[in-house]
Design a protein around this ligand. Structure first.
Ligand SMILES: [Zn+2]
Length: 300
């Protein structure tokens, strides 16, 4: 009897091991992880490098990331220059030929995204960290479909036997985006044209999707901390435009927004830019649920 039980538990371990997913995926961010899990289902086990409450432009490379990458079958990056400061270095240190740029196991999720704010010339002047166009494109749920398509294609390249499975999950994801977008649109509709200030230039795709109007940023240039002259400019803009809210992200300090709030009475709101920014945001759909609910409550 004892023997039967131990064989049975061994079987359980094997089965649950298989359920965890044999395809090892490493993503740079939580949003890419969430979408990969929805497309890959029980075929994948996914690790992310950046957390959802960390500035994705600035991540300290740790040796453990290199170990994960060296064992990965698939690598998913947001791309452009979002992770320029840390991801290429980690990737080359992994020495894993399966996931290097150009290999079947490399997914650039930005492929095919209609980019905004693409400069006419590439110039990292004044510390600008958006030199290939704005890289925060996952904050438009319709771009989530492009990301999901790229991830599905990557999974199908390295695991063609399960193509039908990935395609089915992809189409379920598309359907859910369409359904949820109707709900988010309806909630945001009364606030079309609302003028707001943002801390970092990471809301342009969200702004366009939901008809907001971002008047200015606390940062004078992406990646450059707020300066006294920028604060003076923002204070004037808030007053002149009767702006109700400054939106920020968990990884920025509020000290400069506090100054503007004190001077003008504008509200400060920390929104989520990624899955995991707050404990209630468990997946890509939760992200927009959270931001839409928070924003509409403040704009009322
Ligand atoms: Zn940025």
């Amino acid at each position: 009897m004892k023997k039967i039980i131990s064989i049975f538990s061994l079987l359980l371990i094997i089965i649950s091991g298989a359920n965890a997913g044999s395809i090892k995926v490493v993503t740079t961010t939580m949003d890419m992880k969430s979408i990969t899990e929805m497309i890959g289902g029980n075929k994948v086990s996914v690790q992310t490098i950046a957390t959802g409450y960390q500035n994705p432009h600035f991540v300290d490379p740790k040796p453990s990331y290199i170990i994960s990458l060296s064992n990965a079958d698939l690598f998913v990056t947001v791309g452009l220059d979002l992770e320029t400061g840390w991801s290429p270095q980690l990737l080359s240190s992994s020495r894993n030929s399966k996931i290097q740029k150009g290999s079947p196991g490399y997914v650039d999720a930005s492929e095919g995204v209609g980019l905004l704010q693409v400069p006419s010339s590439v110039n990292r002047g004044e510390g600008d960290i958006h030199i290939y166009g704005n890289p925060h494109y996952w904050l438009d749920p319709l771009n989530g479909k492009v990301i999901a398509r790229n991830i599905a294609s990557g999974l199908e390249r390295i695991d063609p036997a399960n193509k039908d499975f990935y395609e089915a999950n992809l189409h379920a994801f598309f359907a859910k985006i369409d359904l949820k977008l109707k709900e988010w649109d309806a909630k945001m509709a009364p606030f079309k044209g609302s003028k707001i200030i943002a801390y970092h230039n990471e809301w342009v795709y969200f702004e366009r999707r939901f008809g907001l109007q971002i008047v200015d940023f606390m940062e004078p240039k992406p990646g450059i901390p707020p300066s006294p002259s920028q604060l003076v400019k923002v204070i004037k803009e808030v007053t002149a435009n009767k702006i109700k809210v400054i939106i920020s992200s968990p990884y920025f300090t509020t000290s400069s927004s506090d100054v503007v709030a004190k001077q003008t009475g504008v509200k400060e709101l920390t929104l989520a830019t990624s899955v995991g920014a707050f404990s209630s945001i468990k997946n890509y759909f939760d992200l927009f649920d959270y931001d839409v609910d928070q924003l509409t409550a403040v704009l009322k």
